[in-house]
Design a protein around this ligand. Structure first.
Ligand code: IP8
Length: 244
């Protein structure tokens, strides 16, 4: 069965070029937005989009931490600026595809980097009015600059809106074992030995993504390739299914 209400997290590795600072992977971003538009135009489903930091936010945090022991106000602002630049690229392509997207930077709705401490009402309002709200991992100044992860936002939003689907779209097929083969299902008892591909990922990488995903109450949780997002949205069994 396809998704009626879905939270889609577009991973930074999918939509940016992680080997080049501040670089959007336009080909990949275009492809994934095309799939979302195709799904949106065909089905009457509710969609919330969340995206990660990739070579924008994560790169900035790493750069700042090399020179400063804490993320101060100026650094917070630099991270926010870089994330807003990436968010505008996402919004631009959505709008160009005729998608009624609305932008909700996390630093405008959250009080700190705990995703439970955010005001999701503007997102819920837009969702109920047929828009596609977009939010993203961000920097928030709370005594010092703190990083809120897009994964945490995705899980929290999935629970608050009661989504049936929660998809983490990445640049690989899903969770891969040490031989590079796709693991089809992961439950809490599964002992995960995976290839760690994290490159400047300040919010935890794949293991923490899996652990966070277990906290969602959605019935269909997947880590999957961005190339197969449409297939997952219409109910096909792609990527790694997280059984919570
Ligand atoms: O890529 C982190 O979001 P994530 C955002 O979803 C920043 O972990 C600012 C590094």
């Amino acid at each position: 069965m396809g998704c009626n209400k879905v939270v889609i997290k577009l991973g930074g590795s999918l939509i940016t070029d992680k080997s080049n600072p501040h670089t959007v992977n336009w080909e990949s971003l275009n492809d994934v937005i095309d799939q979302i538009a195709r799904f949106h135009n065909k089905y009457d489903s509710k969609i919330v989009l969340v995206h990660g930091g990739g070579s924008f936010g994560h790169y900035e945090v790493e750069r700042i931490k090399k020179n400063k022991s804490i993320i101060d106000k100026v650094a917070t602002s630099e991270i926010q600026e870089s994330m807003l630049t990436l968010a505008l690229a996402v919004i631009k392509l959505l709008v160009n595809s005729g998608i009624p997207a609305s932008l909700h930077p996390a630093h405008t709705i959250c009080n700190t980097n705990n995703a439970k401490n955010c005001n999701y009402m503007p997102i819920i309002r837009d969702l109920n009015n047929g828009l596609i709200p977009v939010t993203y991992g961000d920097a928030i100044f709370d005594n010092e600059g703190k990083i809120i992860s897009g994964d945490d936002l995705s899980v929290e939003i999935s629970n608050i809106i009661n989504s049936d689907c929660l998809f983490f779209a990445t640049d690989v097929e899903g969770i891969l074992d040490e031989k590079g083969n796709l693991i089809k299902e992961v439950n809490k008892n599964y002992k995960i030995t995976i290839i760690n591909r994290a490159q400047f990922d300040v919010t935890g990488g794949i293991i923490s993504k899996i652990n966070k995903a277990f906290n969602s109450k959605s019935s269909n949780i997947r880590i999957l390739s961005g190339k197969k997002l449409f297939n997952a949205l219409i109910g096909e069994d792609v990527g790694t299914r997280i059984i919570n």
